[in-house]
Ligand binder design. Structure first.
Ligand code: KG4
Ligand code: ZN
Length: 344
């Protein structure tokens, strides 16, 4: 049995978890910084980095204790080494490297986006290649995951990420941070048909996204809102429009896969926005029409967490993909796309 300790610190969660290669979650500890950033309406990088520093040893110690393990039982330590807010990434990666050095445990550098991409495999047997819609606060893209480290990007955002658009819309409507869960809740309170909003770049055969025009349309419409009720209706209409856009893009991606003869096993979503039930349902209904299995990770593995980092570590461990302690952390780190699916 392989046991990997995973450490996540790239945004506003300090997290650590221990997983086994069978996907058993022995522990999963998360310290959320939401309360620390709330007064500022969004994540403040300096506050985030300091908070990670204050909490990292407590979180990692608790992850080991909850798993009833000591460091000598751990086969590898995986840590997010990018992309993300670099102050926080440095804290988690340096902590992991230090334990690795002192305890002579192999170190694995994990790409945070790749961890989101693989997170559905913690609980489900999902074979490569699969179609992934990755939706987080920093990223929004559709790609075919051919294998570990082998991604074929079909489309990505040309401006904001989808999570960012949730956060900005919530902020401009005065509903606060974090926007995603707040707007999802308002969807059930407001009238989602009250406002007709644009669906940018929803054209045939195109998998790219654009959310800044939609956000501006919400801003313009918000100036006509005269009551709290109308603002809730606008939030609900935004949520509905985003779900429609993502479902449309999923349809285009499935058509492209079929045209390119990419035989995907299933459709998978990942990232914080994948926690959104309205979006999950609308993508699921597209998959049902195409008769393709749809998998969404449990909500706790959608938003940032240590379990997905430990799992990515396990997948890399199996492929003997270890890293040196001189691995440099990266604020930007795109998925590996040099992969050419037409080459053997
Ligand atoms: O993956 P994640 O936790 O962090 C990044 O890697 O960026 O994603 C955070 C994003 C935020 O923009 C947050 O508003 C959004 O995910 N989010 C949601 C929901 N929960 C979190 N968006 C829509 N609906 C949700 N329920
Ligand atoms: Zn994330």
């Amino acid at each position: 049995m392989i046991r990997v300790l995973g450490i996540e610190s790239s945004c506003d969660e300090t997290a650590a978890a221990v997983l086994t290669d069978s996907g058993e979650v022995l522990s999963n500890v998360i310290h959320s910084q939401i309360e620390e950033h709330k007064p500022f309406g969004g994540v403040v990088p300096e506050i985030a980095a300091r908070s990670h520093l204050e909490k990292i040893d407590i979180v990692v110690t608790k992850a080991l204790r909850d798993a009833s393990l000591s460091l000598s039982d751990i086969d590898a330590i995986a840590a997010t080494c990018g992309p993300g807010l670099i102050g926080g990434v440095i804290v988690g990666a340096t902590f992991a490297k230090t334990i690795s050095f002192a305890s002579e445990i192999p170190f694995i550098a994990v790409n945070h986006i790749e961890a989101h991409a693989l997170s559905a495999r913690i609980t489900e047997k999902i074979n490569f290649p699969y179609l992934l819609m990755l939706m987080s606060g920093g990223h929004c893209q559709i790609c075919v995951v051919h294998d570990m480290d082998k991604f074929e990007i079909l489309g990505k955002t040309v401006d904001d990420s989808v999570g960012e658009s949730f956060d900005k819309v919530s902020k401009l409507l005065g509903f606060g941070y974090p926007g995603g869960p707040i707007i999802e809740k308002l969807y059930h309170e407001g009238n989602c048909n009250a406002f007709s909003l644009p669906r940018p770049m929803c054209i045939k055969d195109n998998c790219d996204f654009s959310f800044s025009g939609l956000k501006t349309a919400v801003l313009v419409a918000s100036q006509r809102c005269q009551s709290e009720k109308q603002k809730k209706d606008l939030a609900a209409s935004f949520q509905k429009t985003v779900a429609e856009i993502l479902a449309f893009k999923m349809k285009q991606a499935l058509k492209i896969c079929s045209k390119k003869k990419i035989y995907i096993s299933s459709v998978v979503v990942g990232g914080g926005v994948a926690a959104n039930q309205i979006i999950r349902t609308s993508i699921d209904s597209v998959c049902q029409k195409f008769n393709i299995p749809f998998f969404a990770p449990p909500i706790k593995f959608c938003t940032d967490n240590g379990a997905m980092i430990a799992w990515a570590g396990i997948e890399k461990f199996k492929m003997k993909m270890f890293d040196g302690l001189d691995f440099r952390v990266r604020p930007r780190w795109d998925l590996s796309t040099e992969f050419d699916p037409n080459q053997p």
